[in-house]
Structures are given as structure tokens and as C-alpha cells.
Design a protein around this ligand. Structure first.
Ligand code: IPE
Ligand code: IPE
Ligand code: MG
Length: 252
């Protein structure tokens, strides 16, 4: 498998941005007769491995769905366990972030997170802000529809206050009003656990992303699985509306 890693590392059309819907922690735990919270704990280990593996092949942006707007509707005990994991791990993972020169960012409605999580998150974001090798973004209390409505609201406010014209609102301006304004669109979106849906993740941003679905449950997803997904991506032709012939005659 290390051959695959080397092959990916030297590929010239490596995805710049990989997004992941980390799904299947609960089923993983159930299969083993554990509590769901244990599944989430093992999910954190998988994230550490995958983030390190992504950095090792020079992926520039990794954006992972850690907690959706809709996940607030889970049993309070599970929500509490997930928020607890966030608080305990953020600081603990600083070592890995430093070692791999990874900058941490977050997208979503941070204000809805418990105060302790907001504080840890802000601190780790600040402590890693000068790291350059890769940006790891956690989607936390994130929902794409909320993000889009928020962007529309903010732009409407600017128009109402006379700060911008209606005509000035184009795709670029809209993108700048999204949480994700500091990153390029994902090239590759991976979802684990044999679910074939988007679950309100990055709806605007994945307009032209390549989608990859795998039956692996998130805690079982490792470096080799990431490299297999990237290898699959490398074999695809991204046409962006053009014909295959046009792409083959363009100078790259
Ligand atoms: C993904 O695993 C983690 C979160 C949504 C927080 P799940 O908890 O959704 O696991 P399944 O889908 O129930 O197996
Ligand atoms: C999506 O997984 C959200 C995260 C991975 C954090 P879910 O397990 O919440 O998605 P649905 O409910 O099955 O669509
Ligand atoms: Mg799930």
C-alpha cells in the first residue's frame, strides 16, 4: 500500500481539498456491543489517523463533518458525550497539529456550542493559525441550509444599510459570505458507512466535487482507505460541463 501513497504524492492533479462525512460510529459500536459513545471515541482516533495521512500526501484542505445542525436532535446524553469529546480532545490533539504543521479551523454556528467547547476551539484555532502545511476544518453545529440563509441575511442587511447594491451580488460575493470563504471548493467528497446522501453538508461548495462512497464504518477508515479514495479520484475525468475532446486538446 505504500506504493499507492508514493503514487498519490507525486500525482500532478492531486485533490487540493478533501471533504469527509464521517459516518457510522454508532453502528460500529453496536456491532461490537459497545455504547455509541465508544464509537465516537474511536471516531476521533480515525480522524487523527486520516488527518495525518492526508497531510503526508500534501492535501492542503481537509474538511470533516463532525456534528450537524440536525445532530442536536439526538438524545441529550449522546449530544453531551459528543460535546465532551470535543472539549477533551481539542487540546490533546494540539501535539498532532503542531507536529504536522496543521492549522485548525471550524465552520458552523459556533455560538450554539457549549461555552467550554467554544473556548477550547478558539484557543486551538489561535494556537495553530500560523501553521501552513494543511488546514483541517471541523464542521461543528454545521448545516448547509443554515449557512446559505445566514449568507443571504448578511448580504440583505448590507443592501438595506446602503453598503452594497443588489447588482453587486454575484457568485463570488455570495461565496465570500459563506463560512467556507477561506477554502477552495472540495475536489473530493467521501462518505463512509454505506449511506448515499449529503445530509445538509456543503451543498453550495460540492457543486462540482467528485463523490466517493464506501461501506467502511468511520472508526475503521484509515490511511489506506483515504489513499484508495484519492486513487479513485485520480482516475476520473472532471469535465466541468465541457466535452472530453475539449479537455484533451487543452494545454494543461
Ligand atoms: C457519525 O456517526 C458521527 C456523528 C454524526 C456525530 P453516527 O453517530 O451517525 O453513526 P451511525 O450512523 O449511527 O452508525
Ligand atoms: C451526518 O451524519 C453528520 C455527521 C457525520 C456529523 P448523520 O448520521 O447525522 O446523517 P443522517 O442523519 O444519517 O443523514
Ligand atoms: Mg450516522
Amino acid at each position: 500500500m505504500s506504493g499507492l501513497k508514493e503514487q498519490i504524492k507525486s500525482a500532478k492533479n492531486l485533490p487540493q481539498h478533501v471533504a469527509i462525512i464521517m459516518d457510522g460510529n454508532g453502528r460500529w459500536a453496536k456491532k461490537k456491543g459497545f455504547l455509541r459513545a465508544i464509537g465516537h471515541e474511536n471516531g476521533v482516533d480515525a480522524l487523527r489517523n486520516v488527518a495525518t495521512a492526508a497531510a503526508e500526501v500534501n492535501i492542503k484542505y481537509l474538511t470533516v463533518y463532525a456534528f450537524s445542525s440536525e445532530n442536536w436532535n439526538r438524545p441529550p446524553k449522546e449530544v453531551k458525550a459528543l460535546m465532551g469529546l470535543l472539549v477533551t480532545h481539542l487540546r490533546k490533539e494540539l501535539k498532532t497539529l503542531k507536529k504536522n504543521d496543521i492549522r485548525l479551523r471550524a465552520i458552523g454556528d459556533a455560538s450554539s456550542l457549549p461555552k467550554s467547547a467554544q473556548k477550547e476551539l478558539a484557543e486551538v484555532i489561535d494556537l495553530t493559525k500560523d501553521h501552513k502545511h494543511m488546514t483541517l476544518t471541523l464542521a461543528l453545529s454545521y448545516g448547509s441550509r443554515e449557512e446559505l440563509a445566514r449568507a443571504a441575511r448578511n448580504l440583505a442587511r448590507e443592501v438595506a444599510e446602503g453598503k452594497r447594491s443588489v447588482e453587486s451580488i454575484d457568485e463570488k460575493v455570495f461565496e465570500d459570505a459563506l463560512y467556507t470563504n477561506f477554502m477552495p471548493d472540495p475536489d473530493l467528497l467521501i462518505r463512509t458507512s454505506n449511506e448515499f446522501r449529503i445530509s445538509n453538508y456543503l451543498l453550495w461548495q460540492i457543486a462540482y466535487s467528485e463523490l466517493y462512497f464506501t461501506p467502511k464504518l468511520w472508526p475503521d477508515f484509515g490511511a489506506d482507505d483515504l489513499y484508495e479514495a484519492i486513487a479513485d479520484y485520480l482516475g476520473r475525468e472532471r469535465r466541468f460541463g465541457k466535452t472530453s475532446e475539449q479537455l484533451n486538446t487543452e494545454v494543461s
